[in-house]
Design a protein around this ligand. Structure first.
Ligand SMILES: [Zn+2]
Length: 147
């Protein structure tokens, strides 16, 4: 499941020469901008949304939530291309964008080594994503021995 999405996430990381963890928020913003989108921050909304060439982002309470939110939207942009609106996105699209964000923020080879010696709190710290997303990332591991 999500094999192509996994490849897309790895390809994007390589193409953009992202080597540091947690992945810098500005690096994700740079990729989104390079794809032709303008990022607009809007305090009055609860969820990000893509409208024409604008990616409208809510105000996140934590850096982790912001990083994950941006990675998810990047997934839509890379995988689904120019979509009319973020509001009517089918749930399958959401699942794929989530898988992209999970692989992108927690890159496969490093993450799969780390889960053998770190718990979810340490992983959440290292990768700069919410615990909830570390737990979701576990589910995408080939040897699914951690739940
Ligand atoms: Zn989405």
């Amino acid at each position: 499941m999500y094999k192509i999405t996994k490849k897309d996430a790895i390809k994007t990381l390589h193409r953009c020469h992202i080597l540091s963890l947690p992945i810098p928020i500005y690096s994700i913003e740079d990729i989104i901008t390079d794809e032709g989108y303008i990022i607009v921050n809007c305090a009055g909304i609860n969820y990000p949304c893509i409208f024409r060439n604008e990616l409208i982002m809510p105000e996140y309470k934590t850096m982790s939530a912001c990083r994950y939110g941006l990675a998810h939207e990047l997934g839509h942009i890379i995988i689904h291309g120019r979509v009319k609106s973020g509001i009517d996105m089918p749930s399958k699209h959401e699942a794929v964008a989530d898988a992209f964000a999970l692989y992108f923020t927690m890159p496969p080879q490093i993450f799969e080594k780390d889960i053998k010696r770190m718990d979810e709190w340490e992983l959440s710290d290292k990768y700069g994503v919410p615990i909830e997303q570390v737990l979701n990332r576990y589910k995408l591991c080939d040897e699914c021995q951690y739940h």
